[in-house]
Structures are given as C-alpha cells and as structure tokens.
Ligand binder design. Sequence first.
Ligand code: HEM
Length: 505
Amino acid sequence: MALDIVLIAGILLGVVVHLLLRRRFQSIRRLRLPPGPSGVPILGALPQIGPMPHASLANLALRYGPIMYLRMGTTGVVVASSAGASRSFLKALDLQFANRPSPISGKDVSYDGQDFVFANYGPRWKLLRKLANLHFLGSKALTEWAPVRCDEIGRMLRAMLESSRNSRPVMVSEAMVYASANIIGQVMLSRRVFESQGEESNQFKDAITELLAWSGKFSIGDFVPAIAWMDLQGVQRQLRRVHVKLDALITALMAEHEVTAHEREGRPDVLDLVMANRVDADGVSLSDVNMKGFISDMFIAGTDTSSIIIEWALAEMLRNPTILQRAQDEMDEVIGKNRRLEESDMPNLPYLRAICKEALRLHPSTPLGVPHYTFEACEVDGYHIPPNTRLIVNVWAIGRDPDVWEHPLEFKPERFLSGRNAKIEPLGNDFELIPFGAGRRICVGMHAGLIMLQYGLGSLLHSFHWQLADDVEKLDMKEKFGAVLPKAVPLKAVVKPRLLESAYM
Ligand code: HEM
C-alpha cells in the first residue's frame, strides 16, 4: 500500500516536472529572437551603423540574415532585408506593424505625431487616408487633376528651353521639385506656391531637402528616450529650425486660403474638401494641427521623392547613352516630334516604364522606407518579436539582392521587359520591388508618384538632347543618406531641344 502511494506520487511528480520542463523549453524556444549583433552596453548596435545606415544594415544582414534583431540603445529594432522577410512582416503581420514609432527628434516636424505620416494606426489615420484617397491621390482624383500636371510640366519644359537658348545648364532635381510643389499647390490650395523658379522656390527646396536629410539621421535620443532631452547630435534642434520655416509657409498659405474661399465657390480644391469632411460619421475629427500636418506631409513626401528618382535615372542614362537613345527612339515612334508626351501615351511606352522600374529598384527614394512599430509581441518565421519593437524594411537592400536580381548593381531596364521580371510591378504585391512599401501603410501617393516619375522623366527625355554640363568631369554617382537618398552631387546638364518649337507652347 505504502509502496503504491510512493509509486503514484513519484509518477505524478515526474509528470509535473516533465510538464514544467516542457513549458520552460517551449517558452525558451518561443522566445527565440532573430539573430543579430550583440552590440555594446547602453548604445547596443548603434555604433555599428555608419553614415550610410542602409548600407551598414545591408552588410550586417549578410552576416545575420534577412530577419535581424538589433538592440539600438534601449529600443528593439527588427530589420527585414529580403523580399521574403518583408512579406513576413508587411503581409502576414501588417496589422500589428501598422503603427509608427513616436517621433522624438521629429517631434516638431510631425506636429508631435499629429500629422499623417507619423499617426498611429487608428480612426484619425483612417480618416486622413480616406480623405487623401478620395479627393487627392486616388485614381479618380488623379484623373481630374491631370490638366494641372500637364500645365506644370509644360512650364518646366519651356523654362528649360529658355535655359538652352541662354546656354545655361539645368539643375534637374530643382526643376522637378519646383514643378511638383506647384502641382501640389494648385491641386490642394488652388494656387501655385512659386511664381518663378528662383530664390523663393530654392529656399523651399532647401528647407525640404534639409528636413529630409536630418530626419533620416539615426539620432541617439530616438533610441535612448531617457536622454533625448540632451539632443546630443543636435538633430532635434536642426529639425525644429527647418520646421519653423515650413510651418510659417503653411500657416500663411492656410490663412490666405480661408480669405479667398469665396473665389472657389462651386470648384472646391483638396483643402476645401478635406475641411468640409473633417468630422466623420463616427465623430472622429481633424483639428487645425492635423490639417497643418496633412498639408506639410503632402509637400514634403510629394516633392523630393519622384524628383530624386528622375535625377538618378537621368544620371544613369548619361552614363549609358544607348539606354537614353532607345528611350528616345521609342517615344519618337509613338509620339513623333510635333507634340510633347501626354499621360495617355504611357501604356504604349514599355521601355520608358522599364526605365522607371529600374530606377525605383536601384535608387529607391526612401532607402529604409518609413519605420513601422508594433505595440504587441508577435512571432515571425519562428522568431519571437517582443512588444514595442520598431521595424525597418531595407528597401534598398531588397532591390539589390543578388539572389533575386542578376547583376544587381547594373542599370539594365531590359531586365523588366521579358521573363519572370516582366510581371513585377512596384505596387506593393511583388516584394522584390517595394519602393512605396506594402500593406496598409503603403505610400498613399504611390500612383501620383508613379505618374510624376513616368510623365516627368518621359517629358524630359522626349523634349531634349542631354549632355553633362561639365563633360570632362566623371559623373559622380555617390549617394547622400537621409530619410531620402539623393545624389550627393546634384545633376547639372545642358539641354538642346529635339521637338518642333510649337510642341513646347
Ligand atoms: C516616387 C515617389 C514616391 C516614393 C518612392 C514614395 C515612397 C514612400 C514610402 C516608402 C512610404 C512609406 C510606406 C510604409 O510605411 O511602408 C511612403 C509613405 C507616404 N507617402 Fe510616399 N512616396 C512617393 C510619392 C509620394 C507622393 C507624391 C505623396 C503625396 C503627394 C506621398 C505621400 C506619402 C504619405 C502621406 C505617406 C505616409 C502614408 C501613411 O503613413 O499611411 N508620397 N511613401
């Protein structure tokens, strides 16, 4: 009897110990973090991120793999560096990662997270996104605003024609930023923001360029919030300085817009429509600060993105004149030389579209996208991701992945004309090419950005012969890292008209 009790007690104890050990091992297995560098005390892996973080992270991924976990300061960061890894996050875990980390150094420029880009996933973000799609950036709205794009690109081409007559070189990205800002101004606020290309528009471009350069910096305070107040690298100070300039411009534009409301009766612009619908059926409402953030985001995200890619594409073609020639031949055949390119020509220009995809692959304007954030713990490909983790998708590394792209560093638009790659589109479904991101937070201006890229670049190629301003000097192809990735040395070129004079009028 006593033996039985001892035996049963022993078996029970064995079962309990077994269950406890199994749970313990399971939880250890469940809590396996993705591989990554161990880093140093306090700063974690931050010292391993050099001045070109997209390249540093790509190098670390070669060692640790496409899903990598880094502790940066006191913040956990997971980095996705392959098509498969980005699909695991932006498709399978899209909802969990649909938030943004709180912008510490970008506190001012994001209106303390009250804008659109940094809004967390929730009712206010949904309302902003709905209104942006409905009135500004969705396909119906884009069709309605096509005459504005035609007008502004026409002005840009005429200004370049003038430069060629006066033997003045053109600064490609400046011209495109000026055109893009005026398109956004006309559509959103019924006014061109700059009447002439010159000091005022250059100040605006410089402010946006500076803002994007500083906001891409890996600021220590963003990763060690306890010491953010010290602003050790001066990032917040610099961003505040630029924000003050841009905010003054936006405040003035909004005030003027209110005064001129009577002039737009029956023909509302985007701001009128968004203002009129700023409270939705569920009572979610947009404050004046939300509205300022919305306008500011549209100018910032909508101007220095397509223009950067156009500049890179032209630079690549100046290094590879046969590509430039083939693009011009295609347009001459489809359009001729009596008129300029129209948006409706685009379906008939497969080579031009391939050039745009190739530029988006090799030179995505936002190399690390915009960071995502999860408040909840989750599991990805068998790895545990702790709560409050930041997600970086290395879009730049994905576009250069040698396992996907043959000769990844070469600019070869032909790769998109046949075979498997011909089906790849940069629209968030093919994770090998995600310059606009993917999932719910995919760029809301994706279609507008693509139109500006194809129509802007196509118009420049079709309208002019291109030559480097300084033929002797080798074209500098270095990148300058920030939230966006422009050429370190802006492209300066000499143009000569190639269409009938009447085509420019
Ligand atoms: C070629 C041009 C462009 C590129 C490459 C680009 C790229 C991106 C990327 C990578 C994101 C982050 C997506 C993510 O979080 O996963 C983004 C977000 C965003 N973009 Fe663009 N963009 C372009 C043009 C535009 C334009 C023309 C506008 C507006 C006029 C715009 C407005 C925005 C906004 C508001 C967001 C934030 C969306 C959100 O958080 O829900 N973008 N863009």
